[in-house]
Design a protein around this ligand. Structure first.
Ligand code: UDP
Length: 241
């Protein structure tokens, strides 16, 4: 494992991580997968509930800010592991093994389209779904629905920190094995948002593509330099000790 700001981050290849995650699923080990991008990790530094969840999760190195911070802290990541790619691998796994999946999040119309794509394009076993607009502290009906569906994998697509807080507060009551916060991935599945071209993803420029396509996100980009700066200060303090 690599270490960043006190968090342990997955440092294997994408393929090795997916293999390990599926093995844990088949052994019935409860696993939370957190997309370790600057926004989520920065939230974790400031919110004790998200922090506790991150500490017991598999944090994958998602986002250029985390890769740069890793370089500063001389931590080696085999490669960037994007949460959306893990989600797609689990959808393919569901096609082969019929692993039951519950999709929670996004607006109703987007969710319906995303479910349709998962069933038709991936032939995944989607056993239930619910939109992401509800009170996470008053949602017993949704917890019941997820448990009644017998889902083994839960994708929570409600953005950070809502999806992380939902998982933190309810995972003990849920019978799923894999809990994964997938942010805006249902918007991508539904075709509402496009992913950057491969060459941009490979150069670590996906953030720029998203900012140009969705200018409302520009303010959120401030977290990337802030996160890198905090990593730099953390590393300096560690060296001074
Ligand atoms: N969302 C939701 N419930 C909310 C707020 C947001 O389900 O209360 C959904 C929203 O519709 C969108 C996703 O959460 O589909 C947030 O995506 P965002 O782009 O913020 O996530 P990112 O990919 O940046 O982590």
């Amino acid at each position: 494992m690599a270490e960043l700001l006190g968090f342990e981050i997955v440092d294997t290849s994408f393929k090795a991580y997916v293999t390990k995650l599926i093995k844990k699923y088949e052994e019935g080990i409860k696993t939370v997968v957190v997309s370790g991008n600057p926004e989520v990790l920065y939230t974790a530094l400031n919110d004790s509930e998200v922090k506790s969840l991150c500490i017991k999760s598999d944090i994958i190195p998602d986002g250029i800010g985390v890769i740069i911070s890793g370089k500063i802290a001389r931590q080696h990541f085999e490669e960037r592991i994007a949460g959306i790619d893990i989600m797609c691998s689990l959808l393919s796994y569901s096609r082969k093994s019929r692993a039951p999946i519950y999709m929670l999040g996004a607006k109703e119309s987007i969710l319906k389209r995303a479910v349709d794509v998962c069933r038709k394009k991936y032939d995944a076993d989607i056993v239930g779904c619910h939109n992401g607009y509800f009170d996470i502290d008053d949602c017993d009906d949704i917890i019941d629905d997820i448990n009644k569906s017998n889902a083994g994998i839960l994708f929570a697509a409600m953005g950070c920190p809502k999806q992380e807080l939902f998982i933190a507060r309810h995972m003990d009551k849920l019978n799923c094995s894999i809990f994964m916060g997938v942010g805006g991935s249902f918007d991508v599945l539904a075709g509402k948002v496009k992913r950057a071209p491969k060459w941009m993803i490979n150069c670590g420029m996906e953030w720029l593509y998203r900012a140009v396509r969705e200018p409302a996100r520009i303010l959120r980009l401030g977290v990337i330099p802030k996160f890198i700066l905090i990593s730099l200060m953390y590393d300096k303090r560690k060296k001074d000790r």
